[in-house]
Design a binder for this molecule. Structure first.
Ligand code: HEM
Length: 156
């Protein structure tokens, strides 16, 4: 039951992270492109600020629940007198998950800071450039995320 609850939390946090990226990338941005930069850049800034705060919480949940599940299985395996070898899909998920988190760190703490400064200075060209970089890296993270889900579920 505890294991199933951890897995549920893990997957719900992933739904928020991946689902939010899909929404921002494919729905919000194309609609916002109809606006002029002085309206568009602050709108995207406000939406991304809220989304990135939620992603920070999602990352803590994904990491904590993921490591906890690995720890539980490893402990039970060793207690049964067997040696624990991480399944291939878990290893790939963990490694690529860390890559996604590092990319998010770059998005949130370098690129979004640039957007923040541009909005404060009402420098719309700089804001649009920061948004374009954020879009590229969100696209990369979305592709890695979908790859992880596909690999994990197809391997199961
Ligand atoms: C460092 C980060 C991560 C760790 C340590 C981790 C670890 C785990 C573990 C141990 C499980 C349980 C698997 C099972 O019981 O079969 C799991 C399930 C799952 N994880 Fe992760 N994970 C991480 C990141 C991610 C990411 C970034 C994604 C997606 C983008 C993801 C998607 C999933 C999915 C969809 C499941 C359910 C798989 C199933 O029930 O077959 N995980 N994860």
């Amino acid at each position: 039951m505890l294991y199933a609850s951890l897995k549920l939390l893990h997957v719900l946090a992933i739904v928020v992270w991946i689902g939010g990226m899909v929404f921002a990338h494919f729905f919000l941005r194309p609609a916002a492109m109809q606006l002029q930069p002085p309206q568009r850049v602050p709108l995207m800034h406000g939406a991304l600020q809220r989304f990135f705060s939620a992603v920070l919480v999602a990352i803590v949940i994904v990491l904590a629940s993921g490591l906890w599940m690995i720890g539980r299985v490893a402990k039970e395996t060793v207690q049964a007198g067997l040696s624990f070898n991480m399944p291939l899909d878990w290893s790939i998920m963990s490694a690529l998950g860390i890559v996604m988190m590092a990319i998010f760190g770059h998005i949130r703490f370098a690129l979004f800071k640039r957007l923040d400064r541009a909005v404060a200075a009402q420098d719309w060209p700089a804001g649009a450039a920061a948004l374009a970089s954020i879009r590229t890296w969100v696209g990369v993270n979305l592709a890695i995320g979908v790859l992880i889900i596909a690999f994990t579920l197809l391997m199961a």
